[in-house]
Design a protein around this ligand. Structure first.
Ligand code: DGL
Length: 266
């Protein structure tokens, strides 16, 4: 039997999923959350589907062994390539980060031209285009891989001048297309949101896959009557390598002091 106090398990290749963690924490302060960052193998976005599936399965089994009540795949690349497999083999509900943003785009009829920013593997999978067109055949969708964004963020350089230069390099040529909405289809990218907005202008609506996913988790737990309404839940962070770097960057992003970090290697 499941109980409400069991933790939410969440994973990403590195720091990116912390944007989902942050959104979850804001919506659900009472939940216990275990976060796994696969810092030994980041980035996933340039790896083959077979590798991403293998990594995602290993981490999910590990989190299941921690008795989680729901699994959040806080990585678009894993969601694009491994979600179906995970759902088949895992007994707890599994929430990915792609369909919540797809639903958010389709909920607004004003959205006709959509830009997806994502990793190379997510773009190559066409997961966003397929899911969006399944809901609305008339949408015009352009997917753009931005492979340098993840290393910039993992190095803690999102605020540097060269970060803006790289964002411009990828996005300025696309500005003339006048997109209605843009999905940040990688959970790392919200950390560059300010710069992306500056480059693309105010008219394009930015949909953040991390915030949308957190709402979906809330809804799922609510529907299952599994929300933990305690005052303050615990959080546990686990990484596969380089705990010091993770502690410093994650602490800064979440505005908390991470005192304890476990290491789990596969
Ligand atoms: N944050 C992940 C995503 O949403 C993975 C980025 C990466 O490791 O390349 O796609």
């Amino acid at each position: 039997m499941m109980n409400k106090k069991q933790p939410i398990g969440i994973f990403d290749s590195g720091f990116g999923g912390l944007t989902v963690f942050k959104a979850l924490r804001k919506l659900m302060p009472g939940e216990n959350i275990i976060y796994f960052g696969d810092t030994a193998r980041v980035p996933y976005g340039t790896k083959s589907a077979d590798s991403v599936i293998e990594f995602s399965e290993q981490i999910s089994s590990y989190l299941i062994s921690k008795k989680i009540k729901i699994l959040v795949v806080a990585c678009n690349t894993s969601s694009a390539l491994a979600l179906e497999k995970l759902r088949k083999n895992i007994k707890v509900p599994v929430i990915g980060v792609i369909s919540p943003s797809v639903n958010a785009v389709c909920a607004n009829v004003q959205n006709k031209k959509i830009l997806i920013l994502a990793t190379t593997s997510t773009v190559n999978s066409r997961a966003y285009s397929k899911q969006l067109n399944k809901k609305n055949k008339k949408l015009l969708i352009y997917e753009k891989a931005c492979p340098l964004f993840v290393p910039i963020i993992e190095e803690g350089c999102a605020g540097k001048t060269f970060a803006k230069q790289i964002v411009k390099e990828y996005l300025l040529p696309l500005k003339k297309n006048k997109f209605d909405a843009m999905i940040l289809g990688c959970t790392h990218y919200p950390m560059l949101k300010k710069v992306i907005k500056e480059v693309m202008g105010k008219k394009v609506t930015i949909i953040n896959s991390s915030a949308q996913a957190a709402k979906e988790v809330y809804k799922k737990l609510f529907d299952l009557n599994m929300l933990n309404k305690s005052k303050k839940g615990f959080e546990q962070f686990i990484v596969s390598d380089d705990p010091k770097k993770f502690m410093a960057l994650a602490g800064k992003l979440l505005n908390i002091e991470i005192k304890k970090l476990e290491i789990k290697r596969f």
